[in-house]
Design a protein around this ligand. Structure first.
Ligand code: ADP
Ligand code: ASP
Ligand code: MG
Length: 824
């Protein structure tokens, strides 16, 4: 004998009930089966809603009732939809419809009664709830009969006998087991259909087994009959590694022990009602969880002995929402026995279920988690019980925190593995999930933490990644500024995504994109095929709005990438870091502005465990800052830095000679994108000054831009010109002056280079005549060069040289920063 239970979704539509019937046909061929069914999906909730409305004297209960009525009728119509409907089939449909009408009229009378007396007692609630399973089992039974299957319907209320604890009754196993055994002994039908969830007290009152209780009904029957298997048919392919509605990567667990299943279901894996395991555990009956919509899928088998298969010691991660945390504390508790006893006795008397308890070893406080809905009541009763101690200030009035959730990491083998809790908490910490309380069962099968409800999705995803997908790490990018460089970065991500995933196990996703006009976000990752179109149709851009999106999506490993040259954007980095969102900046303003802000960002980065990287600030894609940082962290000291750091100035002076004009060369540099839109930002040397300032700061010196000596070679007219066009006109007028600079260098056989220098705490920039033989002399095109003279490289400097400007190399520098964060 096997016992099969079908849940709400499985019997939620004619289409699904037809799938159930094929499963029954197949399984009843081999042996007789007992089949327990839930109410049609969503009906139990609707019954409760209708009753609550009626109880509140709200006539809308009639609409709810009508919805219940039409749902059942449409299921019947769907089941009897048959082009070759003969008279007998039509007759059984009519009979069924009559039966259902009678039941629904009874329900209507009950609801009217609740409306009239304005009251809904637990006892009446059970009477009401029992309609759900009563209706579904009647419909399925008549359908089976009309299809000539050898089936009978048995009301479980005549078998399962409980106490009078309405809504969550306790089973009297002696009577129940013998009822079940004697009924099945005298029955020979291949299929016995039974409504789940419903029961009766010894005195004959209708009771129920608690929400989700149809699983339990099936387990009770399986245990009483010594069934060979209990099958739980539902809408997912087994017990998953974590809630599949919250974590896309969750996967079915093939095998679980009874204890693991108990812990997972107790801590929120709704797919199995927690009491279900106990009756079958005693008889060692395996539980198999299967998907009605995908019967071929393997599902989950829950047994006593599971084969060691070298898999992760963590089997699953679950969550319970709507938790309140209550803390009882005070110096008067220390060393005084009996506090916990009084506290927990009070809660027990109030029938308040405690989900988690922690007590500090100082005995100064006890903290426990209960359902949000019990919190107020719990506070009231506890404050009364400890009134005397509170008045004497021996203890404080109880503190209640709400809007919390519990997450639990579960596995039998966890106790023999070190470092699981370390991994769990460091993963949560890295992702800025604040932990309010921690509990670890003495069995070490479960470590649970209380966190804010808004962090649940992120916590489950990060833990799932840590324990089950260690192979790939997801990085969620929020990119602002999609000009030349931004566009190249997106292209590079698009191109390299598969490679990086395959070879480095990093899953790069762009979760947010913004330019100055529009922004888009998508927590599943933006589809990069048509990102431009999507962005054009996105919502209106705003810096704060973009930040709010990144914060509220609350995705793990989030990175904000600033590819603008905008001051306002640079001001918001701190906000991102405070949310543990890393920052990658192409924008130089933050690092070269006020030193306090630079220091603050560095310290926020440390405090919130979020990287702040800006490799492209100096030398575009060249690894200048990364190299410098490695030198410094390994204990080296920088004495002198000499560098040519402006790709644009280098391009200009490499192409400027007596055959060309200064105007043409600058114009060409601007048109080819080597300069800022206003070339003076490059030509005035301010950009180079910012770069050497950043290098000086990264070498450990606290200097400001105003401390820098800057030798400006542009004319006053050029500097003062109001518009960019006016500036270009001054180049034409002052051509002779610029030719003079060239000639002077040429006469000495020198090359003009705009050089940045840092020496013993002082930095300066300016145009220099570089003699032949100097490493700068032959610098080509838009190349950059940096020479570090350090304690370890005193005579022969460490040199980094290569293209220092251009959208492609800059984008690859940003890409490298992102990968550095992912590898962190
Ligand atoms: P039924 O109506 O068949 O009894 P339930 O809704 O009670 O189904 O349980 C199945 C649901 O449990 C799934 O649809 C899923 O959303 C939820 N669930 C939560 N955690 C888990 C988990 N770890 N594995 C599988 N399902 C889970
Ligand atoms: N119908 C009941 C409920 O929704 C029992 C069940 O489906 O398991 O809680
Ligand atoms: Mg269920």
């Amino acid at each position: 004998m096997k016992v099969l239970k079908f849940g709400g979704t499985s019997v939620g539509s004619a289409e699904n009930i037809n799938k159930v019937i094929s499963i029954l046909e197949q399984q009843s061929k081999n042996s007789n089966i007992a089949v327990v069914v839930s109410a049609v999906g969503g009906i139990t909730d609707k019954l409760l809603e209708a009753a609550n409305l009626a109880c509140d004297k709200n006539k809308d209960y009639i609409d709810k009732y009508n919805a219940i009525w039409s749902k059942h009728n449409s299921v019947i119509e769907g089941l009897f939809l048959n082009p070759n409907k003969d008279k007998t089939i039509q007759k059984s449909q009519d009979e069924l419809q009559d039966l259902i009408s009678i039941k629904l009229n009874e329900l209507r009378n009950l609801l009217d009664g609740i409306y009239l007396i304005n009251e809904l007692s637990p006892k009446t609630k059970d009477k009401l709830l029992s309609f759900g399973e009563g209706l579904s089992s009647t419909i399925i039974y008549h359908t089976l009969k009309s299809r000539n299957l050898d089936a009978t319907l048995k009301n479980s209320q005549e078998l399962i006998i409980t106490d009078l604890n309405f809504n969550n009754a306790a089973v009297n196993f002696d009577i129940t087991d013998s009822n079940i055994q004697s009924f099945f002994k005298s029955n020979s039908n291949s299929i016995v259909l039974l409504p789940g969830f419903v029961s009766k007290s010894v005195s004959g009152e209708i009771t129920t087994l608690g929400r989700g209780g149809s699983d339990y009904t099936a387990a009770i029957i399986a245990a009483a009959l010594d069934a060979s298997e209990l099958q739980i048919w539902t809408d997912v392919s087994g017990m998953f590694t974590t809630n599949p509605k919250l974590v896309k990567q969750a996967a079915p667990i093939i095998e679980l022990s009874y204890q693991e299943a108990v812990e997972l279901s107790h801590f929120g894996a709704k797919v199995l009602y927690p009491p279900t395991v106990m009756p079958v555990l005693k008889k060692r009956i395996p539980i198999v969880i299967k998907n009605t919509m995908d019967p071929e899928a393997v599902g989950t088998t829950i047994t006593e002995d599971i084969k060691p298969n070298g898999s992760s010691p963590v089997k699953g991660i679950s969550n319970i929402d709507n938790i309140a945390l209550l803390t009882l504390q005070g110096n008067g508790m220390v060393g005084v026995p009996g506090f916990s006893k009084r506290l927990f006795e009070t809660l027990a008397q109030e029938k308040i279920n405690i989900i988690l308890i922690t007590q500090s070893s100082s005995e100064h406080s006890i903290c426990f988690g209960i359902s949000d809905s019990d919190a107020q009541r719990a506070k009231e009763v506890i404050d009364i019980v400890f009134e005397y101690e509170i008045a004497l200030q021996k203890i404080d009035p109880i503190v209640v925190e709400t809007d919390l959730s519990i997450i639990a990491v579960i596995g039998d083998k966890m106790k023999s593995h070190q470092g699981i809790s370390g991994k769990m908490f460091s993963t949560l910490g890295r992702n800025n999930v604040n932990i309010r309380a921690i509990a670890q069962g003495a069995s070490e099968r479960n470590i649970s933490a209380v966190i804010h409800k808004n962090d649940v999705k992120k916590a489950l995803n990060s833990l799932h990644e840590q324990f089950f997908e260690i192979k790939t790490k997801q990085i969620n990018l929020f990119i602002t500024g999609v000009g030349n460089v931004g566009e190249r970065l997106i292209e590079q991500i698009k191109q390299q995504k598969a490679y990086v995933k395959e070879n480095f196990k990093i899953n790069l996703r762009i979760a947010g994109l913004s330019n100055s006009r529009h922004m888009i976000v998508n927590d599943e990752g933006i589809n990069l095929k048509d990102w431009k179109e999507q962005l054009e149709n996105g919502e209106k851009a705003s810096l704060e709005g973009f930040f709010e999106h990144a914060k509220n999506l609350n995705l793990r490993n989030s990175v904000f990438v600033d590819i603008t040259a905008n001051e306002a954007v640079s001001k918001i980095y701190g906000e991102y870091l405070k949310q543990s969102i890393s920052v990658v900046a192409c924008n130089k303003i933050a690092c070269s502005g006020n030193i306090e802000y630079y220091n603050e960002l560095k310290s926020l980065s440390r405090k919130y465990n979020a990287s702040f990287l800006f490799e492209t600030n100096v030398g575009a894609g060249l690894p200048v800052i990364d190299t410098l940082s490695h030198l410094i962290t390994s204990g080296d000291k920088v004495n002198t830095i000499q560098a040519v750091l402006s790709g644009s100035l280098n391009f200009i002076f490499n192409n400027f000679n007596s055959e060309t004009t200064f105007y043409d060369v600058v114009k060409q540099a601007q048109e080819e994108g080597y300069t800022e839109p206003d070339p003076r930002i490059d030509l005035s040397g301010i950009d180079v000054a910012r770069k050497v300032l950043i290098l000086a700061r990264e070498s450990g010196h606290s200097i400001e831009l105003s401390d820098l000596e800057s030798d400006n070679f542009l004319t006053d007219d050029a500097m003062n010109a109001e518009t960019v066009d006016d500036f270009f006109n001054t180049l034409k007028t002052d051509e002779a002056y610029y030719q003079g600079l060239y000639k002077s260098a040429q006469e000495k056989n020198c090359q003009l280079k705009f050089v940045a220098e840092f020496n013993n705490g002082e930095a300066k920039v300016g145009l220099k005549e570089i003699p032949e033989g100097h490493p700068f002399y032959n610098l080509k095109g838009k190349d950059n060069i940096v020479m570090f003279y350090t304690q370890r490289y005193p005579e022969q400097p460490m040199i980094i040289k290569g293209a220092g400007a251009g959208a492609d190399v800059t984008a690859s520098g940003l890409f490298a920063d992102i990968i550095r964060i992912a590898n962190n």
